[in-house]
Design a protein. Structure first.
Length: 432
């Protein structure tokens, strides 16, 4: 049997690119059996050809400029694994698509920011732009939405979408250690960026994934809406401990849903009941819950990051292309996907957990509760934890449901309270 041959270029040889390179070489025969296509890696590119790597490669196929891979007429499929939302990453993808090359990427920031223009370019040139690895690592969530759930009307997607944050919160719970100490452990283990992990910790990474999920789940254009966005940097061991005593766990969730025909995307820490499925997804694991009709609730769980799971998703995209599956990047043609107005986040009704560190003096509690009364926010649970030795106290309040606008006004007012020793901690309570 004569096999068709396809040539591949890989732009980026970091942890992901290096793992993919080895994965493709080791599975060439398996891929050939499954697709009837013989694949050849004929171009690779990285910042430094002399950097020490745990694999050998033919230096004759090394390109100093990644754009030369995108322009090479012999290359049929380009993997973009450099990780920037703009700059060289965008140029490589644009150039490849214009030259009628299929593109596969794990770059969630690139797709969330430039997915509209890039998908239109792929559509015009009748090539694939695949990005399964951009959300959920090795979990086939995007393919599940595009294919397996394609005839369902999806109304909500909720997920733990960042393994770094989930590891930190899980480890703080089991070890009783501080946020900073657990972060250092995460960096040593390779779960968090060693130099600048802020995009994981502040929720930006999760928000990029939420935007991609929204577009696929609801057949909409990628939104540029200003969203509720809070990270986990201000979560302390005391919050983890208090949540546990109140029968909750703390998780950073990415949530997108349609409310009154409007799009509501948000990323923030949540108190979720201990018996909820998502409360028991720990460590670096991700989990995504998709609610739709007629399927009901679908749950996907697995490792959401790292070279292994990511390369698995990348190879999955490769096989889809090799089998001749030419598809629209976002499942529908560009002109069939609609823009949706944002839901007014100020109207969002929710219960809150609030923790105040205050001076232990008479009148402190009444000064706080007066502000709650002013904004008509009802208190469901109130716990006081005095620290007589240091002349301070923690006051923890769980509220009944109220609007986001009232909570923001409440916090702005309370920030002026002379008894406060630090900025209040607030966490939304989420039923999942």
């Amino acid at each position: 049997m004569k096999f068709k041959e396809v040539n591949i270029g890989i732009a980026g040889l970091g942890q992901i690119g290096g793992r993919l390179y080895k994965e493709i070489l080791s599975k060439k025969n398996n891929i050939k059996i499954k697709t009837g296509v013989k694949i050849n890696i004929i171009g690779i590119s990285a910042k430094n050809i002399n950097k020490k790597r745990n694999f050998n490669f033919n230096k004759k196929i090394f390109f100093k400029n990644a754009l030369d891979i995108a322009k090479n007429p012999k290359i049929d499929i380009v993997f973009e694994l450099m990780g920037f939302s703009d700059g060289i990453s965008k140029k490589v993808v644009e150039t490849s698509l214009k030259n009628k090359k299929h593109v596969i990427t794990a770059n969630k920031a690139l797709i969330a920011k430039n997915g509209e223009s890039l998908s239109l370019l792929a559509e015009k040139n009748k090539v694939n732009l695949e990005f399964e690895a951009s959300v959920g690592g090795g979990i086939p969530v995007l393919r599940s939405i595009k294919d397996g759930l394609s005839t369902n009307k999806i109304n909500k997607v909720v997920g733990i979408l960042n393994g770094t944050c989930n590891y930190i919160l899980s480890k703080m719970e089991t070890s009783k250690d501080t946020f900073s100490n657990v972060l250092k452990k995460a960096q040593l283990l390779g779960y968090a960026e060693p130099r600048n992990p802020k995009f994981d910790l502040n929720g930006s990474d999760t928000l990029s994934k939420v935007r991609i999920l929204s577009s696929l789940a609801f057949n909409t254009k990628i939104s540029k809406n200003k969203c509720l966005l809070n990270g986990i940097e201000n979560i302390e061991a005391e919050d983890i401990e208090m949540a546990d005593s109140l029968d909750y766990k703390i998780k950073l969730l990415g949530i997108t849903e349609i409310i009154d025909n409007k799009l509501f995307e948000r990323v923030h820490p949540c108190l979720v009941k201990k018996n909820a499925y998502i409360a028991n997804v720990n460590g670096v694991m991700n989990a995504i819950i998709i609610e739709g009709s007629p399927v009901g609730q679908s749950i996907l769980q697995g490792e959401g990051a790292g070279p292994g799971p990511t390369s698995s998703a990348l190879v999955s995209d490769l096989l889809s292309i090799l089998r001749g599956n030419i598809k629209y990047p976002f499942a529908l043609p560009h002109n069939k996907r609609k823009s949706v107005s944002p839901y007014d986040k100020n109207k969002y009704l929710n219960s809150f957990y609030l923790r105040f560190l205050v001076k232990d003096k008479p009148g402190v509690l009444s000064s706080i509760t007066k502000v709650f009364t002013k904004y008509k926010i009802s208190i469901k649970t109130l716990v006081q934890k005095p620290d007589k030795k240091n002349n301070k106290a923690s006051i923890i309040i769980i509220t009944h449901k109220n609007s986001e606008k009232n909570y923001i006004n409440l916090l702005n007012n309370l920030s002026k309270n002379k008894f406060f020793l630090k900025k209040p901690t607030f966490i939304r309570i989420q039923k999942v």
